[in-house]
Design a protein around this ligand. Structure first.
Ligand code: ADP
Ligand code: MG
Length: 264
């Protein structure tokens, strides 16, 4: 059983605070969705948790199975079992996906040959043409191909916890279904815990979340079950704009705040 615990996380860029105190726990087998309007801080959250350089963390902690991740370089966080499928996967000319996975396997003490064989199996599971395995990583790939590239790495590397930043963007209906099924299978096959960032509910029709969080202006302003995603489909994010919603407080009168979750 693994557990990613984000607590009191505050972070920003160039003195401007973007994340204003995030508390979130993802355990093995769970799917948490983080939804929110553009610019609410979703990708910043994914970057800060994975350890992308350039962000200033001013408070809080991020731990995986008790190991503090803040302060560790991204590769050590990956070794600890964390994975990020990036919203905008990086192009790496001259390095193929096969080579990337081989290096990752060696670094993790796995057999590179086994990993390469796994990559072929994984490509089949998500309907990804094997020729992409030998092409330079993400170079001249469509948005959807890049996302399947990320999903393939997830399947091969078997992390404990995966953050998926807009994995749905660019995927057509069939690819979205295949990738969602693959991720869902990992939650039962290897106990993967998932933090799925999206601003569309269509992903969540395929990858059913256990918990849905709404992020607005760097704060989680609401947490609920899958029905919250259905509600957002109807209301959009307007109710959460400009600090309209405040976090539900324990013991607060649910009728005092029309957006408070009575179950929170
Ligand atoms: P989301 O993924 O929810 O659309 P982001 O996390 O990408 O939002 O961005 C949140 C806010 O932080 C936006 O206002 C964005 O312009 C700002 N921001 C993100 N990264 C940087 C950066 N490197 N420098 C300056 N501002 C940034
Ligand atoms: Mg984003």
């Amino acid at each position: 059983m693994s557990e990613l615990v984000i607590s009191g996380l505050r972070a920003g860029v160039s003195g401007q605070e973007i994340l204003q105190g995030i508390d979130l726990t993802v355990r093995s087998g769970e799917v948490h969705a983080v939804m929110g309007p553009n610019g609410s801080g979703k990708s910043t959250l994914s970057h800060v948790v994975m350890g992308r350089p350039g962000y200033e963390v001013s408070a809080g902690s991020v731990s995986l199975d008790g190991t503090e991740l803040l302060g560790l370089p991204a590769w050590k966080r990956a070794h600890a079992g964390l994975f990020l499928a990036m919203q905008y996967p990086t192009e790496v000319p001259g390095v193929s996906l096969f080579e990337t996975l081989e290096e990752a396997a060696l670094a993790a003490g796995r057999d590179p040959a086994e990993v390469v064989a796994r990559a072929r199996v994984e490509a089949g599971r998500i309907g990804f043409d094997e020729r992409f395995l030998t092409r330079p990583l993400n170079v001249d790939l469509s948005g959807g191909e890049r996302k399947r590239n990320e999903a393939l790495q997830l399947g091969v590397l078997e992390p404990k916890i995966a953050i998926l930043d807009e994995i749905d963007s660019g995927l057509d209906v069939d690819a979205l279904r295949a990738v969602s099924r693959r991720v869902e299978a990992a939650t039962t096959e290897t106990g993967l815990g998932v933090l799925a960032i999206t601003h569309y509910t269509r992903l969540l029709l395929e990858l059913r979340p256990d918990v849905v969080h709404v992020l607005s202006r760097g704060r989680i302003v609401r947490t609920g079950g899958p029905e919250l995603a259905d509600e957002l489909e109807k209301t959009g994010y307007a109710p959460y704009a400009d600090g309209a919603a405040e976090p539900a407080k324990a013991g607060a009168d649910p009728f005092a705040d029309p957006f408070a979750d009575p179950l929170a």
